[in-house]
Design a protein around this ligand. Sequence first.
Ligand code: ADP
Ligand code: MG
Length: 364
Amino acid sequence: MTAGTGVERGVWAAPGRVNLIGEHTDYCDGFVLPFALPQRTVVTAERLGRPEWSVTSTLTGETVTFDLSEPVTGWAAYVAAVVWALRDAGHDVPGARLHVDSDVPGGAGLSSSAALECAVLSALADLGGLDIPLAHRPKLAQRAENEYVGVPCGIMDQSASTLCREGHALFLDCRTMATEHVPLDLAGQGLAILVIDSRAPHQLADGEYAARRAACERAAALLGLPALRDAALADLSRLDDPLLVRRARHVVTENARVLETIALLREGRLREIGPLMTASHASMRDDFEITVPEVDEAVETALAAGAYGARMTGGGFGGCVLALVEAEKLDAVAEAVHTAFATRGFRPPATFTALPAPGAHRLS
Ligand code: ADP
Ligand code: MG
């Protein structure tokens, strides 16, 4: 299935991501609209002459060596997972020494896990001269995280980290994997996206994520549909359980909001996506119930300080909020959020701005 001449060594990078809109829609075969962050994971790698992998991370200060004869756990599982998924797909993965460095905040919903997987995948593919089209890589990296690490994530994060383009958001149809690179010229329109890392501890995240996913799958099955992507709002009256109705309503309305957002972006009407972002947040708060007080506070404060729209991004139960603001109002909005968090007695948030950056690529 594979072979070719690889490179001896090199440096590869893959970014974290934020999702402009389309939350918990990916595993429902729906629509998402992420863009890549300038924050990225960089992997320096060299080929070894034996089927063994050694990985060092500056984050943990550890070196882990494995040959896949024993299960790998902990952070290095994300690396072993990629080797496993590539092998399982029939690729002759070269042994390698890898060094990982990253400025993607971990566990903040910015997908440091996908950044790590996709950077490692890029490195191993080039070291081995493996013929793996870009379009096939997200599924491989997702399978690594699903099957080997055991996290039931959808396809969005790995797609964003692999496929995004600078200056663009990635419109991804998670059923067909069709993509469109939608221009997102924030700076050109005097706009900015403020990312607010709520730094809320999110202990419940894994179990609740799985529970939401299961609810969506149950709702689709009860409706006799392959996925909630195929449901219309009117269908939901056929569900008896009011909780399932709310969960499904989030997905159905969120998919519609993604399509409306893209229609506006195609026409360069960036400011007008604000209300869709805010409606997305309300849906996550009220119907999907995945927000926490810190992210609700960040959204409300940003809006009160003049943001066009604001919403939590990522799986939920903490993580980051995006606020679309006039560039000249950035400081005022950030300051208002810091003040509000202090008043509420929350941990201080971290704030930064994000322009759409490129997906995974070789640096040298
Ligand atoms: P997120 O993807 O939102 O950042 P996850 O819990 O999915 O959060 O992934 C974070 C985990 O990924 C970390 O706990 C760690 O195991 C692993 N990880 C990500 N980046 C690195 C890195 N640079 N070095 C070591 N481990 C990393
Ligand atoms: Mg992750």
